[in-house]
Write a protein that binds this ligand. Structure first.
Ligand code: ATR
Length: 267
């Protein structure tokens, strides 16, 4: 008899994670039975907890704040996009080895496509140069972006990120700029700063023109999205990206892919 597959998300805090609900919704839609738990880990216990989970027959694990960089460091095998992100949100075990991937960027690409926005030949501006940005640059480039500009409050972080990733983005042009020098015309602006999470205002100058706005955060008031609304352009918060990254993890583990648009109503 087949045993029910065991999955989990690990983090600290973990109480508010939507991952179990999303994975159970995918499983139900595709007629699969699975267990998906939330695992709280104290910071020093992360590695031991992961190893114990796989030793006890766990099939796959999602990793959330603050452990994505620790997860990256413990993997035996990494995908190219996990290497570029230097962070891992999806783990699985095969033949005694731990594999790691980062599905955040592809989740964002899939969420943008589900909105009916095209990335092919797009000029994209990403606000912020932290871990959230690092995780999405490669998938956006592979989705056909013509140009990606990374704008950050601290210019040196943006310049460093561009230097790190420049050789991996194929024919996409990758540039850095200071948040204070924002200008020009873009098809899409993505807010990957933590400003909305901390409740800070992010004020964009009138010299910056753009036609679509995507906020990676969700469930928080966003001055970025308020400005998009004022400009009368299409905009979205990050719930689709959350669903998208979960779907890519689900596909890695279960070999079948739920349709993102079917789950946006869970918001
Ligand atoms: P994450 O892993 O979520 O990206 P992070 O590595 O701490 O988190 O990065 C947060 C990003 O949000 C950084 O780019 C940060 O800018 P700095 O590098 O200058 O610190 C940006 N950020 C945070 N608060 C901001 C604010 N109020 N205005 C503009 N940028 C902000």
């Amino acid at each position: 008899m087949n045993q029910t597959k065991k999955f989990a998300v690990i983090g600290n805090p973990i109480q508010h994670s939507r991952s179990p609900e999303l994975h159970q919704a995918f499983a139900k839609k595709l007629n699969i039975t699975l267990d998906y738990d939330k695992i709280f880990s104290e910071v020093p216990a992360f590695k031991t907890t992961v190893f114990a989970f796989f030793k006890q027959g766990g099939q796959g694990m999602n990793v959330t704040v603050p452990f994505k960089e620790d997860a990256f460091l413990l993997c035996d095998v990494l995908t190219d996009r996990a290497k570029a992100a230097k962070a891992v949100n999806t783990l699985w075990s095969k033949e005694g080895k731990i594999y790691g991937d980062n599905t955040d960027g592809q989740g964002l690409v899939d969420a943008i496509h589900a909105l009916g926005w095209s990335l092919q030949g797009a000029k994209i501006l990403i606000l912020g140069a932290g871990g959230a940005t690092r995780g999405v640059v490669l998938p956006l480039a592979h989705a056909g972006a013509q140009e990606i500009v990374i704008a950050n409050r601290t210019l040196t972080r943006a310049t460093q990120l561009v230097a790190d990733l420049k050789n991996q983005v194929g024919s996409t042009t990758l540039n850095a700029c200071a948040l204070d020098d924002l200008a020009g015309e873009f098809d899409l602006v993505i807010n990957a700063t933590s400003a909305s999470l901390s409740g800070d205002a992010l004020v964009l100058p009138d010299t910056l023109q753009f036609s679509h706005a995507y906020e990676m955060a969700y469930g928080k008031p966003s001055t970025f999205l308020a400005q998009a609304e004022q400009r009368g352009i299409p905009y979205s918060d990050g719930f689709g990206m959350l669903v998208g990254q979960a779907i890519v993890s689900f596909e890695i583990w279960n070999g079948c892919k739920p349709n993102l648009a079917d789950f946006l109503s869970l918001k």
